[in-house]
Design a protein around this ligand. Structure first.
Ligand code: AMP
Length: 276
C-alpha cells in the first residue's frame, strides 16, 4: 500500500481516502463520491478495528459482507480497496496509541471509554499507510470527525479532512451498518432519534432557548417508543462538545439511544431564529 502511494505521489497524482468498517451503504458511498471529486485516485479501506470496541460490545457480531462490498467498490471505481488483516495492523507486541485529553470526555466517549483512542490510533496508522492528500469522514459520527480533525491539527498530519453530510433512509433514519441488527418492530422505535432532533429543531426555530426544557421533551419522546434506552441526549457547543444551558447561537444536538441491543447515534446542528 505504501509503495503504491509513493509511486502515485511521485507521478503527481492526488490520493483521496475513505476509511470504513465495511458493510457498505449509501452513506459510505456518498463519501467515496466526494473523495473521487477532490482527488485523482480513491482508496477505500475496510477494517473492523478491534481497538475501538470495548468488552461486551459487538466486535464479533459486527456485520461483514466483503464480497458484496468489493462489488460495490468495483462499480464505484475505487482505485484501491485496502483490507488489512488484524495481525498486520496490530502485530504481537503492539503498544502505541493516540489518546486525546478532552474531546473524548463527552457524548459517546463517556459510555465507550476506549472508542476514540481506538479510532484515532487506527486512523493515524491508516494515514501513514495510505498516505492520502485528502480524507473524507461522515458527519453522522460528529464526535469522531471532531476527534480526527483535532488529531490532524495536533500531530501535523499533512492531510485535508472533509466532512460529508449524513445520508438517511427515506423515513429519516440515519444509514448505519448497525441498522441491519434491527427487527422490523424495532425499526419504528429507531425513528425516535430523527423525530426528537426534528422536534427540538422546530422548537428552537420557534424561539425556545432553554436546553433543559428541550432535552426533557426529546427524552420523553424517545422513551415513549418501545424498547428504547437513552445513553445520552445532549445540546452542546459544536466545537468543545461541552453542554450548554441556553441555545443562544449555533449548537449541536447529539444523541445515542439503544433500541433493544442496538446502539444508534444521530446529530444535527441547530440554529436559533434571529431576534428582530
Ligand atoms: P463506519 O464503516 O461505520 O466506520 O463508517 C465509515 C465512514 O462512513 C465514517 O466516516 C462514517 O462517519 C461514515 N458514515 C457512516 N454512516 C453514514 C451516513 N449515514 N451518512 C454519511 N456518512 C456515514
Amino acid at each position: 500500500m505504501q509503495k503504491w502511494a509513493d509511486e502515485m505521489r511521485a507521478r503527481g497524482q492526488s490520493i483521496g481516502f475513505v476509511p470504513t468498517m465495511g458493510f457498505l451503504h449509501e452513506g459510505h458511498l456518498s463519501l467515496m463520491k466526494r473523495g473521487r471529486e477532490v482527488a485523482n485516485l480513491l482508496v477505500v479501506s475496510i477494517f473492523v478495528n478491534p481497538a475501538q470496541f470495548g468488552p461486551g460490545e459487538d466486535f464479533e457480531d459486527y456485520p461483514r459482507a466483503l464480497e458484496k462490498d468489493l462489488a460495490l467498490l468495483e462499480d464505484l471505481g475505487a482505485d484501491v480497496v485496502f483490507t488489512p488483516k488484524e495481525e498486520e495492523v496490530y502485530p504481537e507486541g503492539y503498544e502505541t496509541y493516540v489518546r486525546q485529553e478532552n474531546l473524548p470526555n463527552h457524548l459517546c466517549g463517556l459510555s465507550r471509554p476506549v472508542f476514540f483512542t481506538g479510532v484515532a490510533t487506527v486512523v493515524a496508522k491508516l494515514f501513514h499507510i495510505v498516505k492520502p492528500h485528502v480524507a473524507v469522514f461522515g458527519e453522522k459520527d460528529y464526535q469522531q470527525l471532531a476527534v480526527i480533525r483535532k488529531m490532524v491539527r495536533d500531530l501535523n498530519f499533512d492531510i485535508e479532512i472533509l466532512g460529508g453530510p449524513t445520508v438517511r433512509e427515506p423515513d429519516g433514519l440515519a444509514m448505519s451498518s448497525r441498522n441491519a441488527y434491527l427487527r422490523p418492530d424495532q425499526r419504528s422505535s429507531a425513528l425516535a432519534l430523527i423525530e426528537s432532533l426534528h422536534l427540538v429543531r422546530d422548537l428552537v426555530k420557534k424561539g425556545e432557548t432553554d436546553a433543559g426544557k428541550l432535552l426533557d421533551i426529546a427524552r420523553e419522546h424517545i422513551l415513549a417508543k418501545k424498547e428504547t434506552l437513552i445513553d445520552y441526549v445532549s445540546i452542546c457547543d459544536p466545537e468543545s462538545l461541552v453542554d450548554v444551558e441556553n441555545v443562544s447561537g449555533k449548537v449541536l444536538m447529539a444523541l445515542a439511544v439503544k433500541v433493544g441491543k442496538t446502539r444508534l447515534i444521530d446529530n444535527m446542528i441547530l440554529t436559533p431564529s434571529k431576534k428582530e
